[in-house]
Write a protein that binds this ligand. Structure first.
Ligand SMILES: [Zn+2]
Length: 490
């Protein structure tokens, strides 16, 4: 028992029965190129009996639990617990207290190594305020302030009474109400990332009913999206697209997705077909590789947040404050855009790379074409719809002509549709005309196929044919020109 007041708070929180458990982790010292990956899961704690100990103070209970009201119908968010921290006693336990307006961080690390974290959390709070809408006030008018433990030695925090028994085994991170716990990481970036991930969970759950959290995929996608950050001269930036390993040590989402797509060394499970949107939404994409859901949830969150067709829907989802509200908003997205979204998801993952250009590299859809079709494939765009539906056993004959300029910097690199063998992307020469087939259920995208100047192909699957001029999706802006492609169906 300590003076920190956590035990009192924990008794109160036992009336909550939903706990967001974040096992986001990569093994220590895991660079982006490493196969180790993050994990997460949402665990539902069974509802406690109603005969709670009489010592529980209702003033720290969320209003929906106290009086049965639906929080979304209340004008208040959950009450902010007073942690009653005794910094002197915590210091005697080797636990330091760092504090900003929006975060109290308890850590047994050298405080000099994490002193920037509370201020970054403050900046993230402002970002979330803009992206997800403001939080309602508490009934007492308390300011939002999360309480996080960043722990090198978990036993030290347990001994100090800072980890309630409901938390159970802690893999990497967990969040509960205004509080969260994170195991320390070797990598500087990933340490910050995990803390910010849990901070997002706090923001997005304290204003929703405890038994009415939004969809799991969405909660984790949002936490991953907004925790992905970059320190810049003007202040931290959030929801960024990493350009490479540097500055993002231990994160590794893009590398993991690329290993799934390209025949790089890795275990067999890593080289399965890209998961469909349905698999990602249900969490099934992470079944074969431990902790793999996080890479897909991050990617989906980033795509929805940045794609011009879906960013308004994403913003709407972020403003939801109950599952009912969320389900209605998500259904409006899926019913209107679902088929297109399925395809956009597959083609985004197929071509995802560090620095992916949201202005040029999302898939471009076209109206249906009839054979013979003439298609103009632009060098400064990613996957482009031929408009050509293909049936199983169709035989296509494709020919192309034209020139394009790639990487027009000091010396323009001109290419025809066989490509330039000076530089490669995804194992193929840049400038090469390549194709994929998205199956008719929008659930599977094929491996890349070389088209070049002439291509005869017997399809074994029904679907839609897509083309692009091979280049990295972070490097389209300095391209120009097009290939003109004739597509015959014999
Ligand atoms: Zn999480």
């Amino acid at each position: 028992m300590t003076d920190c007041g956590i035990n009192k708070e924990c008794r109160a929180f036992r009336r909550l029965f939903t706990l967001v458990v974040c096992g986001i982790a990569t093994g220590c010292g895991t660079p982006e190129s490493s196969p180790a990956q993050p994990t997460d899961q949402v665990r539902v704690i069974p509802q406690k009996p109603t005969n709670e100990p009489s010592s529980v103070n209702d003033d720290v209970l969320p209003r929906d639990i106290v009086d049965g009201d639906h929080v979304a119908a209340s004008v208040f968010r959950r009450s902010q617990p007073d942690p009653h921290l005794n910094a002197k006693r915590l210091a005697a336990s080797g636990i330091h207290v760092l504090q900003s307006d929006r975060l109290i961080l308890l850590t047994d690390r050298d405080p000099a190594t994490v002193q920037d974290l509370p201020a970054i959390a403050d900046a993230l709070f402002e970002h979330l305020h803009q992206a997800c809408g403001p939080l309602r006030p508490t009934e007492q008018g308390a300011e939002f302030q999360a309480i996080g433990c960043l722990m090198s030695d978990v036993d030290r925090f347990e001994t100090a009474g800072l980890i309630p028994e409901e938390i159970g085994a802690l893999r990497h991170g967990q969040q509960w109400g205004y509080r969260f716990w994170v195991r320390d990481q070797d990598e500087v970036y990933y340490r910050r990332h995990l803390v910010l991930h849990e901070f997002v969970h706090v923001y997005m759950t304290v204003d929703t009913p405890a038994n009415d959290l939004l969809g799991q995929w969405f909660m984790e996608a949002a936490a991953e999206l907004y925790a992905t950050h970059r320190k810049a001269a003007a202040g931290p930036e959030f929801a960024v697209m990493p350009h490479g390993f540097r500055g993002f040590d231990g994160w590794g989402r893009i590398s993991a997705i690329r290993r799934r797509r390209i025949d790089l060394p890795g275990d067999g499970a890593e080289r399965q077909p890209l998961p469909s949107l349905t698999e990602v939404l249900s969490g099934a994409a992470g079944q074969q590789v431990q902790d793999a859901n996080y890479r897909w949830w991050w990617a989906l969150g980033w795509m929805l947040n940045r794609h011009p067709n879906y960013c308004d829907h994403w913003e709407h989802l972020c403003h939801c404050r109950s599952q009912t509200e969320f389900d209605t908003a998500f259904a409006s997205l899926t019913s209107v855009e679902r088929n297109r979204l399925n395809t956009d998801w597959l083609l985004f993952c197929e071509s995802l790379c560090g620095g992916f250009d949201p202005n040029r590299s999302f898939a471009r859809h076209s109206p249906n074409e009839t054979y013979p079709a003439t298609v103009h494939v632009l060098a400064d765009q990613g996957w482009q719809d031929t408009g050509c539906d293909v049936k199983s056993e169709d035989q296509l004959n494709v020919s192309s002509s034209g020139r394009c300029v790639l990487n027009d910097t000091t010396i323009p690199w001109e290419s025809e549709s066989n490509g330039i063998t000076l530089e490669y992307n995804q194992g193929r020469p840049i400038g090469e005309l390549v194709a994929v087939l998205v199956d008719s259920k929008n659930a599977v995208v094929s491996r890349r196929m070389t088209v070049g100047k002439e291509w005869a192909w017997n399809s074994t699957t029904s679907g839609r044919l897509w083309l692009q001029i091979n280049d990295s999706e972070h490097d389209r802006a300095n391209n120009s020109g097009e290939y003109v492609v004739q597509i015959l169906n014999e």
